[in-house]
Design a protein around this ligand. Structure first.
Ligand SMILES: NC(=O)c1ccc[n+]([C@@H]2O[C@H](COP(=O)([O-])OP(=O)(O)OC[C@H]3O[C@@H](n4cnc5c(N)ncnc54)[C@H](OP(=O)(O)O)[C@@H]3O)[C@@H](O)[C@H]2O)c1
Length: 377
């Protein structure tokens, strides 16, 4: 009997998640029932949204149940199919879990991928998957960039933001990024082609953030691609040009907050500059994934979109920098994960969990968290 190693949600985190919230179990692998498939997960994407799914709050997806595996997008291979649309050996992208094997009905989010289109199947989680297509549809469909405009991106060295800036450049815009270290700023300007960047951690409060935005966006901001919220949004509102657009993709600064956070004090800017603020949710674009993926694959093939090596301190990114994929030698398990993370160094962030922090997890904390789970025998 094959064993399935799984990381389950043991309890709901209050604020930052810690080891106490997770359980590492090994279970006998079951056969998939009729109309289901058994998938061996190969890559998984560590997304900030996973944190919100751990809360007992109705959202665009139901909360992860206690005792269920941590939900995550994965790319895997069908090892057994009882579903007419899937064949054994095919690679599939789907919403599965932190587990070596997932049994899925094959409907909805599970799609067969053509692994010959891009260099690595992990690219289907990053540049061609929900992450990359959030950047693509968020900027192009919601932001509607015009040549010569200034696009300001928060969390710009993250999976979504790093692609938003690159797409903005392809569309002839000026791309300005906000990131949390000088190394990340150097990476997005030096390797990804952003025109300017600044480290928000050197700014103290809204006024200093706003001044930095003015300095790096001297012609004002036409599109502010919002990944962060809080002070960042308030500062950006002060810098928007007339008829500016704000695609609201995420609010990562509040995901671990336990108390309601104050909103911006300057909403009057929406009126005086006739701004459009629009939330975007990638699951509303599922029917347009083939269109977006084809374009992203083309740009990737032409070498004008980069998913090469991430910044030196980025825990989320290597070896496929824009996607936060974990690449443990074909299988997701704690031992391989530990080895992989050890190779990443100690200063990157992943925004997922652990003890005492500022909303981001660094590798040292993540290692401590995983060590507490214990390696797989
Ligand atoms: N709406 C949708 O359908 C959709 C889909 C995918 C993602 N998203 C959202 O998009 C955003 C980015 O996701 P991602 O996949 O790019 O994540 P990611 O690769 O994990 O990057 C997130 C980055 O956010 C920055 N960050 C964390 N806490 C912060 C804070 N308090 N203030 C400022 N920056 C902070 C960190 O970089 P620094 O070191 O620079 O601080 C971190 O590396 C998230 O809000 C996520 O929820 C939305």
């Amino acid at each position: 009997m094959t064993t399935n190693r799984r990381i389950l949600l043991k309890s709901r985190p209050e604020g930052l998640p810690g080891p106490q919230n997770f359980e590492h179990v090994e279970e006998d692998l079951q056969d998939p029932p009729a109309d289901h498939i058994l998938v061996r997960n190969i890559f998984l994407s560590l997304d900030p949204a996973i944190r919100s799914w751990m809360d007992d709050v109705e959202s665009y997806f139901p909360p992860i149940g206690i005792g269920e595996p941590i939900r995550s997008t994965t790319v895997g291979q069908v090892v057994k199919s009882n579903h007419p649309d899937f064949k054994e050996g095919q690679y599939v992208l789907g919403l599965n879990g932190w587990e070596e094997y997932s049994i899925t009905p094959g409907a909805g989010f599970t799609n067969v991928i053509d692994e010959t289109i891009v260099p690595s199947i992990s690219n289907y989680l990053s540049v061609l998957g929900a992450v990359g297509l959030t950047s693509y549809f968020g900027l192009l469909d919601v932001g509607k960039p015009k040549e010569g405009e200034t696009v300001l991106v928060s969390a710009a060295a993250g999976a979504v933001g790093s692609l938003v800036g690159q797409i903005a450049k392809i569309k002839g815009c000026r791309a300005v990024g906000i990131a949390g270290s000088q190394e990340k700023c150097d990476w997005i300007t030096g390797e990804l082609g952003f025109d300017a960047a600044f480290n928000y951690k050197e700014c103290n409060g809204v006024a200093e953030l706003s001044a930095k935005m003015k300095e790096t966006c001297p012609d004002g901001v036409d599109i502010y691609f919002e990944n962060v919220g809080g002070d960042m949004l308030e500062a950006a509102l002060d810098n928007m040009n007339e008829f500016g657009r704000i695609p609201v993709c995420g609010l990562i600064s509040i995901y671990n907050e336990t108390e309601p956070q104050p909103g911006p004090t300057n909403l009057w800017q929406l009126v005086i500059n006739s701004l459009r603020v629009e939330g975007l949710l990638i699951k509303n674009y599922l029917d347009r994934f083939p269109e977006g993926a084809l374009q992203m694959a083309t740009w990737l093939g032409e070498g004008i979109v980069c998913v090469g090596d991430g910044p030196p301190d980025s825990a989320c990114l290597p070896p496929c920098p824009a996607d936060c994929s974990i690449v443990p030698d074909g299988q997701v398990n704690v031992t391989d994960l530990l080895a992989l993370l050890a190779g990443w160094g100690s200063t990157g962030s992943c925004d997922m969990a652990p003890p005492g922090g500022d909303g981001t997890i660094n590798v040292t904390d993540l290692l401590a968290l995983l060590a507490a789970w214990g390696p797989c025998p």
